[in-house]
Design a protein. Structure first.
Length: 461
């Protein structure tokens, strides 16, 4: 297939198909980010500090598995391409391991902790095996940066919809399916999301194509890592991603505690079938969806890295404002929270399109295509940030004297407010500041695309 034909715009069908893949991922990752720490502390019966430590320690495995999966995917050759086959092969194991995570067997305190370590490690390995190739697929779905940005927009529209479904319906489903038994409710709810994930991953596999035909990978692992680290803008982007995701996940992992204890919510419905947790989460994720939708229009006027800087500063300001809102002003809290998550919707959409920009820039700079490694190392950074963000509330709860399912002291209540507002704001400020050192602007990217196009034409001639 010629490079000219490869450069044609992506069809609406394919952009939707690609975007659906992240909806499948977020049925699990959204669920884990919103409810896993709460499930461990208030349902399964693990202490906050132990759960937080587990979330961090298991990232040691990801430090090896994520780059390894990128290297494996880069070296995969099949009739379906390098990256698409994993959507077909790994979907069912991924779904089954998610169910095991919330199985909640009757065990001793030590047994529960061991079970959490084993099942969480396994589900994250499965996530790596399916999500690293899915993310790397963006680098070969089109050779044109604008088309990849459009595909990324669809990705995060559907990612937002997936997490929105989780945020809106998880607590009602847990209550309805468990009939008052939270453990049973979580177990049955995850079954529904598991089935949906398998079906959607297979749809993504069937509806996408790999258009950029890369040469057979013949460089060594050491050469690949060396090429990656020469890309200074990728290093800046990775550090920014870690900081921003720490802030976002710390806030989301705190929602249940903030609503239950600081807002004094008893689970009473405030809108149709939705309680305060579902409303606050869902409205925030609607904001993220709007942010993803407006991103392409914003990138027509502003450089991507400057947008991330601006959105991060605005988000930090809104978090500071939210800290000052009294607990009885629930709808004002919801409004400010939603506006903040809207800025994150812009930021996360840009981050993922910029990862593939960095992959192209790295190939132009070094002559080596390491799209899988670039994306997998980037994914590890986000998973590491997610783990730190998910663990921080656990450590803070322990530090401030939190007691599960009990009236909280003034000190514990202060800790809950800080971990919901102030701590995320600090991370957003730091992440935004780092983007001032990012070097790939629009003009550079256009030059990279033109020269890579010429190289690839010569390679297939």
């Amino acid at each position: 297939m010629s490079a000219v034909r490869n450069a044609a715009p992506l069809s609406f069908r394919e952009k939707v198909g690609y975007g659906l893949g992240d909806m499948a991922s977020n049925f699990y990752m959204g669920f884990f980010g919103l409810f896993l720490l709460y499930y461990y502390t208030d349902v399964f019966g693990i202490s906050p500090a132990a759960a937080a430590t587990m979330l961090l320690v298991t990232k040691v495995v990801d430090a090896i598995s994520d780059p390894a999966m990128g290297l494996i995917a880069d070296r995969t050759h099949s009739r379906w391409g390098k990256y698409r086959p994993y959507l077909l092969w790994v979907a069912v194991p991924y779904a089954g391991l998610g169910y095991l995570l919330f199985l909640g067997p009757e065990l001793s305190s030590t047994g529960k902790l061991i079970y959490a370590y084993v099942t969480y490690t396994l589900i994250m390995l499965a996530y790596t095996a399916i999500n690293v190739p899915y993310s790397a697929l963006l680098a070969v779905i089109s050779p044109v940066a604008e088309e990849r940005t459009k595909a990324t927009q669809f990705r995060f529209v559907f990612a937002s919809l997936g997490t929105l479904c989780v945020g809106a319906f998880a607590t009602p489903l847990v209550e309805m399916l468990g009939n008052g038994d939270e453990l049973l409710g979580f177990r049955l709810t995850i079954v529904l999301f598991a089935i949906l994930s398998v079906v959607i991953f297979w749809i993504t596999f069937a509806s996408t194509r790999e258009r950029v035909q890369l040469p057979r990978h013949d460089s060594s692992i050491g050469e690949d890592f060396s090429a990656l680290l020469k890309n200074a803008s990728w290093v800046v982007l990775v550090l920014t991603g870690i900081l921003i995701v720490v802030g976002l996940v710390a806030r989301f992992a705190s929602i249940v505690y903030y609503v239950k204890y600081y807002l004094g919510d008893s689970g009473q419905l405030v809108f149709l079938i939705f309680d305060k947790t579902a409303v606050l989460t869902s409205c925030g994720l609607l904001g993220q969806l709007i942010g993803a939708l407006i991103t392409p229009r914003l990138t027509l006027r502003f450089e991507k890295h400057r947008l991330i800087f601006a959105m991060s500063i605005i988000h930090a300001f809104l978090l500071g404002l939210c800290y000052l809102v009294p607990p009885e002003a629930f709808w004002l809290i919801t409004l400010v929270h939603s506006a903040g998550i809207l800025t994150f919707g812009v930021t996360i959409t840009l981050l993922f399109s910029m990862y593939t920009d960095c992959a192209e820039y790295g190939e132009w700079l070094t002559g080596k295509n390491t799209a899988g490694l670039t994306v997998s190392a980037s994914m590890f950074s986000l998973k590491f940030g997610s783990a730190v963000g998910g663990a921080l509330p656990g450590f803070m709860l322990a530090w401030f004297g939190f007691t599960a399912n009990a009236a909280q002291s003034e000190q514990a209540m202060t800790g809950i407010r800080l971990m919901f507002n102030v701590v995320p704001a600090i991370y957003f400020l730091a992440g935004g500041a780092l983007m001032m050192f990012y070097q790939i602007d629009r003009a550079t990217l256009h030059r990279v695309e033109r020269e890579l196009y010429t190289r690839r034409e010569k390679a297939v001639a």
